[in-house]
Ligand binder design. Structure first.
Ligand code: ZN
Length: 496
């Protein structure tokens, strides 16, 4: 039955989403194309557009439409109920933040990003520290506006993963903190170290070609997406125009290959959201932990499997014959599955990666609880790094300045990565049960059964289920650490 009130709400939500998507493209362009001295101009553009976006999202008419719909006792779990609940959450968030706050935040994000990029280049933490301090103040102020003044860090987590908080995450991470360091040591001790510098002279155009083939095979839609280069790989844009980025190193082709597969995992999720619902909660990802589970599943469970490389190794040798001649199949697979603690999160293997996240979770909690000052952050970073990874970074560029997240005030985001790893492993074992012979598909270059399964269990649902409900619905169990620990043991210890 047609419902003009509901239709008006949907039309408004879709309009807001168009503004959001333009902001996304401006951010993408800032990191991919922007000339070095044009940052101020971009800051102005972002500030103006953020204010247009904010005005649309906080329009009182949306509040009125929501109140009418809320008075109708919509059946819980119905599409209209899902839309109204999430639209209410977004509207309250937008309408409670004063416009001058939103403008100030947009300007700070842009300035802080450029300050971070410079500080990282020069390994100069004190140059970035004032921007980080301001971002923490802004995050606290935002939490206060939203009625979370007593739990600002939980507010930050909830922003990325609605319904999750430190009380849910801390016990899971405590379990990882007990189990992972000894497991990582056992794995490292059981494997010979791979030769350093074994890859030399892998031309960037050929790397691009290989990545294009791999992304084609897993199902990335190039008619609605592209792959470019940026300092820090990311997946931007949206379902209808997906912007992947990577970075290339002639002497480390695996970096571009795996970061591209990772970002393509995000893209496959976006591109699998129901198209007619794009711009509404029914066509939106659940949250970042589920998003990361998709990127991680494609990167690790699929992309680092021997079956994946049974198919793709000949393709890699086709593109890089002379460079790969001295490298045997076994050496290539060992390099792909190398486990060794290092200082850089994005270069970390799938075992020690989680330790990087545990560090950042501890540091963010300490910063927000006032137990740690920004000035003491590099020192505490290095202490935790030594404690968990056995490594003290050579300098702040390889330590506290390595990640882009804090420059944009994205606190509470890091936990999503480790949660994503746990969810990926749990989804993977369930997919293996339901889809016999799945790894053998990969050896034939076939990924469509897995993609269809993920489309059905995760992508097409939009926000109909929250993070914890979706995990139970898709895997039959609440989230735990056992699937991840099993995956790591089976992959790295079984045949050691
Ligand atoms: Zn990711």
């Amino acid at each position: 039955m047609p419902d003009p009130t509901y239709d008006q709400l949907i039309a408004r939500l879709k309009r807001i989403d168009v503004f959001r998507s333009i902001l996304g493209i401006l951010h993408w362009d800032e990191q991919v194309n922007l000339p070095p001295d044009s940052a101020d101009r971009r800051a102005q553009q972002l500030q103006e557009l953020a204010s247009v976006h904010h005005a649309a999202a906080a329009d009182p008419e949306i509040g009125r439409l929501l109140s009418v719909l809320e008075s109708r006792d919509l059946p819980p779990g119905s599409d209209a109920d899902v839309v109204v609940r999430h639209a209410r959450r977004d509207f309250d968030r937008a309408s409670r933040l004063p416009e001058d706050f939103v403008r100030e935040k947009a300007a700070l994000d842009s300035a802080a990003f450029h300050a971070w990029a410079r500080a990282r280049k020069n390994s100069d933490f004190p140059a970035f520290a004032p921007f980080l301090e301001r971002q923490i103040v802004m995050a606290r102020r935002e939490a206060e506006f939203m009625g979370w003044g007593d739990r600002p860090y939980d507010y930050s987590i909830d922003l990325h993963d609605p319904g999750l908080d430190t009380a849910f995450i801390a016990p899971l991470f405590a379990s990882l903190r007990r189990e992972l360091p000894p497991l990582a040591r056992r794995i490292a001790a059981s494997r010979p170290a791979t030769a350093p510098n074994m890859f030399r002279g892998f031309s960037i155009p050929a790397q691009r070609e290989f990545i294009r083939e791999a992304l084609d095979r897993v199902g990335f839609n190039w008619n609605r997406g592209r792959l470019d280069t940026s300092l820090h790989p990311f997946c931007g844009g949206d379902a209808l125009d997906t912007r992947l980025t990577t970075r290339f190193d002639e002497n480390n082709p695996l970096d571009a290959i795996f970061s591209s597969i990772h970002e393509a995992g995000h893209a496959l999720y976006e591109q699998g959201l129901p198209e007619t619902d794009i711009g509404t909660p029914l066509g939106e990802a659940v949250g970042m932990a589920i998003h990361e589970s998709q990127s991680r599943l494609w990167e690790n469970q699929v992309g680092r499997s021997p079956q994946f490389w049974a198919f793709f190794e000949p393709r890699l040798r086709f593109h890089f014959g002379p460079q790969l001649t001295p490298i045997s199949s076994a050496e290539l697979l060992a390099a792909i599955n190398d486990v060794r603690p290092g200082p850089i999160r994005v270069d970390a293997d799938e075992v020690t990666y989680n330790l990087h996240i545990l560090m950042r979770f501890d540091l963010e909690m300490a910063l927000f609880e006032g137990r740690l000052s920004v000035a003491d952050l590099p020192c505490e970073w290095n202490r935790l790094s030594e404690d968990l990874l056995g490594i003290t970074p050579a300098d702040d560029a390889h330590g506290v300045l390595q990640d882009v997240h804090w420059s944009s005030g994205s606190f509470g985001y890091f936990p999503s990565y480790a949660l994503g790893n746990m969810i990926a492993a749990q989804l993977w074992y369930h997919a293996l049960c339901e889809l016999p012979g799945l790894p053998e598909d990969f050896a034939r270059g076939q990924f469509s059964r897995l993609l269809a399964w993920l489309r059905d269990k995760v992508h097409r649902r939009g926000k109909r289920l929250d993070t914890q409900e979706l995990i139970v619905a898709a895997t039959g169990q609440p989230l735990g650490t056992s699937a991840l620990l099993r995956h790591l043991s089976e992959r790295y210890l079984t045949n050691a």
